[in-house]
Design a protein around this ligand. Structure first.
Ligand code: SAH
Ligand code: DHB
Ligand code: MG
Length: 221
């Protein structure tokens, strides 16, 4: 193919509805400059996170997997003035880059970056009776996605909206005999989602600037 219709359509949408300012462009540049993988959400996905946050009046937001803070900044910009976002990152290098990017965005006042393993931090927050979150975006390592789901439910309330990134993985989830641990992780999660009676859920298949993938979107009943 000489043109990629999916990329072109993605650009059509983002040009009109998901304008990336210099701060967001600089986050993407900072990843290259630090030799970090370009696996941030796309601009349109950042905008989708904002729309979903605002639809549920999200004031308290939790993110697992910060990377350079690209999705973090999109979401923090949709918070009300007294809102708060906690983002969790395991890699020190990523956390350092993200902190600089969050400062460049002038969003330190509403973002708390917690360094550590998502599973540990979720357990700590549950043990210390952290108040429930209104919106949770899960985008860390894929093998424990089902565990993240179970623990995130304990930090939710009826009406909490959650989004789980990368649950289709170029369609590899269709292969029941896969040996890919990331794919197996999201397959387990997708199954848990389908069987869970506490939530109403769907998966939005996405293709565009990024390869074919999907975001699970759910609301707690
Ligand atoms: N949400 C980001 C992209 C996240 S990429 C954005 O769209 O801009 C996934 C991130 O999860 C990476 O930075 C990786 O270091 C981090 N990660 C991997 N395993 C983790 C774990 N166990 N706990 C917390 N973060 C983890
Ligand atoms: C990977 C992780 C992501 O969060 C993503 O959006 C794309 C790829 C990965 O680990 O391969
Ligand atoms: Mg992702």
């Amino acid at each position: 193919m000489t043109t990629n219709i999916f990329k072109d359509v993605d650009s059509y949408i983002s040009n009109q509805l998901a304008h990336e300012d210099q701060v967001l462009k600089d986050v993407i540049k900072s990843l290259d400059a630090s030799g970090i993988e370009q696996i941030s959400v796309s601009a349109n996905q950042g905008k989708l996170l904002q729309v979903l946050m605002m639809a549920c009046n999200a004031r308290r937001v939790l993110e697992l997997g910060t990377l350079g803070g690209y999705s973090t900044i999109w979401m923090a910009r949709a918070l009300p003035h007294d809102g708060k976002l906690i983002t969790v990152e395991f890699e020190k290098k990523h956390a350092d880059v993200a902190r600089t990017n969050i400062e460049n965005a002038g969003l330190q006042h509403c973002i708390e970056l917690k360094e550590g393993r998502a599973l540990d931090i979720l357990e700590q927050m549950i043990a210390s009776y952290e108040r429930p979150f209104d919106f949770i975006f899960v985008d860390a390592d894929k093998p424990p996605y089902a565990e993240y789901f179970e623990l995130a439910l304990k930090l939710s309330h009826p009406g909490t909206v959650m989004v789980f990134d990368n649950v289709i993985r170029e369609g590899k989830v269709l292969n029941e005999n896969t040996s890919d641990e990331k794919v197996k992780g999201v397959q387990r999660f997708n199954q848990a989602l389908a069987h869970n009676k506490q939530v109403t859920a769907t998966i939005l298949a996405t293709f565009g600037a990024k390869e074919l993938d999907g975001m699970a979107v759910l609301v707690v009943k």
